[in-house]
Design a protein around this ligand. Structure first.
Ligand SMILES: Nc1nc2c(c(=O)[nH]1)N[C@H]1C(S)=C(S)[C@@H](COP(=O)(O)O)O[C@H]1N2
Ligand SMILES: [Mo]
Length: 266
């Protein structure tokens, strides 16, 4: 045993040891032997690992079990990121701001006749659906407290309530309409307008919102009706909705026209 150990030590000593008087040739040879050994070991382990992988049972699609696991993990991660059904984080009411920040007043002119306001919806048939506030208030109410984010860099936990857009679609039979790719919303004076992909409109946290902190919206925050769409940045949360249209082309969008991302998703 001792002899064997001595031999091994001698061998590695020869291989790796730095002797004082090695010539340049010997030094080059030593380095070549070391790199070649490392290369062969790596090649061999790679080959072994590949063989092991090929030896594993395959599933119906002919995909090996361990690879399939990897695929499934990727799928889980990506559906989590891209699935429009994922929910935005919500907060307890105690965390909602009492003084809610006001930002952006485009399309909120003071000549607004709020007493005669009705929501104006263009059906695909060309007909117009007019919905007064009283009807919207009679629909099931959904509340949300979440972190409202503006692209300008601020965010604030705020408390809103209204009817889910998806409930509204159900109630007014807008099923044909939501087969279209986009929903366009405008202020009554058409000065502020947004285009939103229909899946985001149909997201369970998207509201046609009429309340903030348990009161009607202040005029400056969109009374009588605004969009609250937590999967999007503030710019898409149009205040004072007047008109709604559906289309397969992207509806015009105020901030997209000014260089911001059309999608503006979070
Ligand atoms: N009609 C209208 N809606 C608007 C805007 C606007 O200028 N006009 N600004 C948007 C932007 S940039 C943000 S951040 C939010 C701010 O909503 P808040 O005033 O309730 O905080 O409204 C959005 N909706
Ligand atoms: Mo914003």
């Amino acid at each position: 045993m001792k002899k064997v150990l001595a031999k091994i030590t001698w061998f590695f000593g020869k291989l790796f040891g730095r002797r004082k008087y090695t010539s340049v040739d010997q030094e080059i040879r030593r380095k070549t032997v070391v790199s070649l050994s490392v290369f062969i070991i790596l090649l061999f382990s790679g080959y072994k690992a590949l063989m092991w992988l090929f030896d594993q049972p395959e599933d119906a699609a002919g995909v090996e079990k361990h690879l399939r696991k990897g695929l499934e993990t990727n799928e889980k991660i990506f559906t989590k990121i891209f699935d429009d059904g994922h929910l935005v984080k919500t907060f307890p009411k105690s965390e909602a701001a009492q003084k809610v920040r006001v930002n952006g007043e485009i399309g909120l002119g003071s000549d607004f006749d709020y007493k005669n306001w009705v929501l104006n919806i263009k059906r695909v048939s060309g007909e117009t659906l007019l919905v007064p506030l009283s009807e919207i208030l009679a629909l099931p109410k959904t509340e949300i407290i979440y972190d409202f984010k503006c692209v300008e860099g601020w965010s604030q936990v705020s408390h809103w309530a209204g009817v889910k857009f998806s409930d509204f679609v159900e109630k007014y039979n807008l099923h044909e309409e939501v087969k279209m790719g986009y929903v366009g919303l405008e202020t009554p004076d058409k000065k502020y307008y947004v285009g939103i992909d229909t899946p985001s409109m149909m997201h369970p946290q998207t509201l046609l919102c009429y309340e903030m902190n348990n009161n009607y919206l202040p005029l400056i925050q969109g009374y009588p009706l605004r969009l609250i769409i937590p999967v999007k940045y503030g710019i898409k949360n149009l205040k004072r909705i007047g008109n709604v249209v559906f289309s397969n082309e992207k509806p015009h969008d105020y901030w997209a026209e000014n260089g911001y991302d059309y999608y503006s998703g979070l």
